[in-house]
Write a protein of this length. Structure first.
Length: 202
């Protein structure tokens, strides 16, 4: 399967999602192919405007139709057949500003073997790297259904926090042991029920 950043329907069979719990203030707005850097003052103004919009929606009992967010993340192609975990962790670490690692370095941190990497290893290693910074956000490893994927994706990415997924099945891919990918964006249109997530597949 060709490795690339792809937009796929939210139809994958999900094994494990590692995502954000907590709150965070954004530092930039990221879109596919374009990143706009904002000052803290501009971010605060946007936050205030968003709060007013949410208040208006709640007061008038209205439902938001479109939700979307995209992170600036580039695909790192795995170097061998069992390095999807290290490659995915490298992508996430770089996106979060935790450092640029080679896949071999990350594999050493993760304890990767020729049998692969566990979701717990990725979660613990990324949290260890986060603990060395002022960032108080943490990953949490959970088993989740495809139906609950939308909520998890929105919860993390709206705070500019990527997810890692271990999937057994998605378009053009099936695996008994699973395959790690990173989620960098989503687009949900609740009025038409059109939903996609954008992944970086190592």
């Amino acid at each position: 399967m060709k490795k690339r950043s792809r937009i796929i329907p939210v139809l994958c069979t999900l094994l494990v999602a590692t995502f954000l719990f907590g709150t965070v203030s954004a530092t930039n707005i990221s879109m596919i192919g374009n990143t706009v850097t904002l000052t803290q003052e501009e971010l605060e103004h946007i936050s205030e405007c968003n709060a007013l919009i949410e208040q208006q929606l709640a007061r008038d009992n209205l439902t938001r139709a479109i939700y979307n967010n995209y992170l600036s993340m580039s695909v790192i192609t795995q170097e061998n057949g069992y390095y999807c975990g290290p490659a995915t962790a490298c992508m996430v670490a770089k996106t979060l500003g935790l450092g640029t690692y080679t896949q071999k370095e990350m594999a050493s941190l993760l304890g990767t073997t020729t049998s692969g990497t566990s979701g717990a290893q990725i979660c613990n290693t990324l949290n260890s790297l986060l603990s060395k910074t002022s960032d108080t956000r943490r990953f949490q490893r959970v088993t989740i259904s495809s139906a609950a994927l939308e909520t998890s994706v929105r919860s993390s990415l709206r705070n500019d926090f990527p997810l890692t997924l271990n999937v057994k099945e998605m378009p053009n891919y099936t695996s008994g042991s699973g395959h790690f990918i990173a989620v960098k964006g989503y687009y949900f249109n609740t009025s038409t029920d059109f939903k996609t997530i954008t992944i970086c597949d190592p």
